[in-house]
Design a protein around this ligand. Structure first.
Ligand code: GAL
Length: 688
């Protein structure tokens, strides 16, 4: 069979939007498999992920293989037209492995060896674990690569394991040797002159286990880098094993949004399709916007290509302290939001609710109460919806705004002993994203240092580590006319997390025309800002009662080196100093610097001004004034999602047909409370 250029696109071209969930047949008997497969077909399910936690079933004793039951499961699913995303079972080793080889079990930072009895109980550094994982994977793949039901491969599950044990320490040393070449270079990079931390040889180095006091921040940063690389090695070796036997079907694994332990920018190129697990908290009022950000990250990780929502909940999860279910309408809306933002697959954890085990109270597509339930009716409805959206498959979201984010910078910015723990990288990212989400402005994410050509607005909410390449990209963007906005605590450090010398934000100083000398956490109540006339006019429009803008959380002692000062601090340590500046170089774009965390309203206004100045607007201008209503354009389709519990009317010029209902819409599109409308330019436009 010819190898398609885009393996995932070939699959969705064939099956349409992928719809289904994790299926754990080892928890059920063959008669239930038959019932499940029938119900799947009736619900429009076309893909299930099988075998994620089946290792103990495949290999009940060391070296023994039992696959016969899986033969039957795959045949039963195939007979009902349900394709399989077959998992390598390596996330959860059988109990015998840890029993016979305790060194396969992970050790935490306190030196405690964790035991079997839950899941993910493996050390990614353990050679025995890795050999065992590869052996079972090899046999599984050899047996099923040719099975007609298998259309996709799923390596492990939610890679994110960390081990501080001896085998991990040994591999860490090798990783460090490769990175630094000599112990002298390592000492330099880690700044070991501080606190007498000098190392005489690599053998002396340990992972950042529990220490008496703060650990060396570069050691901690490198251990995170190493742990992410190590897991990627595990993913790759299983992926390569599959690839050698099956060059055609897509291989992936499931990400976890802004997961703190793995650098997904380095992982994404190794996946045929980016897949993600998303469990937004239904009690969080900002969940829809924050999900939008995660989804935009997933699309961006895949360079704009369609991605896959691999897991979500139909109703309640069972791992938070308090787990209220979401409604079927919400589950539908969240699924369609993912499609709007580029997903060509919508799956859940899991198909049938477990009656035993730690996830017995986790919702599923088929609840304990059976098919005659509100949840399952919602599942069937969604299956039909996704079928109707087949025409969006492959469609792209085009963004003129890009937001920079990367893991190493996040890690380094949040190591122990910093100006304030109240300034969080993700908090900043979310705060900057929310007004854009509300305005229906499409945003991509990129790693600092990536090519920014094609973007008119570059947002840098907080980039703590700035490399020369990353700084040059920002300068180039301003030079070619883009607007750049940089937020506080940026440009602080180099790749080794050493504070760059001279005034901050170091490499970004010239382009921004502003520089600073002191980072200043602010009191809880924040600090008043005095806004210069152009900004005041903006804020007055937003806030007729004249309440001043405020800086919260964090400010900086800055001076303008040529930039226009748009806001200054009033009172306190920073009295009279610039809080917000803008440099407009001749012939270039604009370079804004926010030397504080502004209140929500001011931040929204500033970003709004930047977008207006760059001529960047939302998909549907009207949604900006409809809080909780989201508009996204994907390919030729416009999605309008109403996250509120009241119906809304949204002006959309040119009547079209709603792909979901088939109804003709007028220029004023009615979106029911909690509902979604999808308008495709190619379908039912007036006058065509
Ligand atoms: C995911 C995991 C699934 C299931 C789910 C429950 O993290 O991959 O196996 O546990 O959470 O929400």
């Amino acid at each position: 069979m010819a190898v398609p250029a885009d393996r995932f696109a070939a699959l969705t071209h064939d099956l349409g939007i992928l719809y289904g969930g994790d299926y754990n047949p080892e928890q059920w008997t063959p008669d239930v498999w038959r019932e499940d497969a029938r119900l799947m077909r009736e619900a429009g399910v076309n893909l299930v992920t099988v075998g994620v936690f089946s290792w103990a079933r495949y290999e009940p004793a060391p070296g023994v293989r039992d696959f016969a039951w899986l033969d039957e499961v795959l045949d039963v699913l195939h007979a009902q037209g349900v394709a399989v995303d077959l998992a390598t079972p390596t996330a959860s080793p059988p109990a015998w492995l840890g029993h016979r080889h305790p060194d396969t079990l992970p050790v935490d930072a306190d030196g405690v060896r964790l035991v079997a009895g839950s899941r993910n109980h493996f050390s990614p550094a353990s050679s025995v674990y890795r050999d065992s994982a590869l052996a079972v994977t090899r046999d599984l793949v050899a047996r099923y690569a040719g099975h007609a039901a298998v259309r996709m491969w799923h390596v492990g599950n939610e890679f994110g394991q960390v081990c501080f044990g001896d085998e991990s320490a040994a591999r860490f040393r090798v990783w460090l040797q490769e990175r630094y070449g000599s112990i002298g270079a390592l000492n330099e990079a880690w700044g070991t002159t501080v606190w007498s931390q000098h190392y005489g040889a690599f053998e002396e180095i340990l992972p950042p286990r529990r220490t008496v006091y703060h650990v060396n921040p570069t050691q901690a940063l490198d251990f995170r880098r190493y742990s992410s690389d190590l897991l990627l090695e595990l993913y790759r070796e299983q992926r390569d094993l599959i690839r050698a036997v099956d060059p055609v079907r897509p291989v992936t694994t499931n990400f976890m949004g802004f997961f703190p332990l793995v650098d997904y920018w380095s992982w994404a190129p190794e996946l045929d399709v980016v897949a993600d697990d998303q469990y937004p908290d239904p009690t969080d009022p900002w969940a829809p916007a924050d999900s939008g950000l995660v989804q935009d990250l997933m699309r961006s990780l895949g360079d704009g290509r369609p991605w896959m929502l691999m897991e979500q909940a139909t109703a309640a999860v069972s791992w938070r302290a308090h787990n209220p279910p979401k409604s079927p309408e919400r589950a539908r809306r969240e699924s369609l939001q993912a499609v709007a933002r580029g997903a060509d697959g919508v799956c859940f954890f899991q198909w049938r609710a477990s009656r035993a085990g730690a996830e017995r109270f986790h919702s599923a597509m088929l609840p304990h109460a059976g098919a005659d339930t509100r949840v399952h009716a919602g599942v069937r409805r969604l299956g039909a919806d996704l079928h109707r959206l087949r025409s969006v498959v492959g469609g792209r979201v085009e963004a003129r705004v890009v937001m920079l984010f990367d893991w190493a910078s996040w890690w380094a910015a949040e190591e122990q002993a910093r100006p304030t723990v109240r300034l969080g990288v993700l908090d900043q990212l979310r705060a900057w994203y929310r007004p854009l989400w509300q305005a229906g402005v499409a945003v991509d994410l990129a790693a600092p240092g990536a090519d920014l050509d094609g973007y008119d607005v570059v947002l840098v909410p907080q980039s703590y580590l700035v490399t020369k390449t990353a700084a040059r990209r920002v300068e180039d963007a301003v030079d070619r006319g883009a607007s750049v906005v940089v937020g506080p605590f940026s440009g602080v450090a180099d790749e080794n997390a050493h504070v760059r010398q001279g005034r901050f934000p170091a490499l970004l100083r010239d382009v921004l025309g502003v520089s600073g000398e002191e980072w200043v956490p602010l009191p809880h109540a924040g600090v008043e800002l005095r806004l210069a006339a152009p900004l005041q006019a903006l804020l007055d429009a937003a806030c007729p009662d004249g309440s001043p803008g405020r800086a919260t959380t964090f400010g900086e002692l800055l001076r303008s080196d040529g930039a226009e000062v748009l806001a200054t601090f009033v009172g306190g340590h920073l009295d009279g100093g610039p809080a917000l500046t803008r440099r407009v170089p001749p012939g270039g774009g604009q370079a804004w610097y926010l030397g504080c965390v502004p209140d929500e309203q001011l931040l929204g206004r500033v970003l709004g001004e930047v977008l207006d100045g760059a001529g960047v607007g939302g998909v549907l201008p009207a949604v900006a004034d409809l809080p909780g209503v989201e508009a996204v354009r994907r390919g030729t389709a416009t999605f309008v999602l109403n996250h509120t519990d009241l119906p809304v009317s949204v002006p959309v010029p040119g009547a079209r047909t709603d792909l979901l209902t088939g109804a003709r819409c007028g220029d004023l599109v009615e979106v029911p409370a909690g509902g979604v409308v999808v308008l495709d330019d190619r379908v039912g436009t007036a006058g065509r």
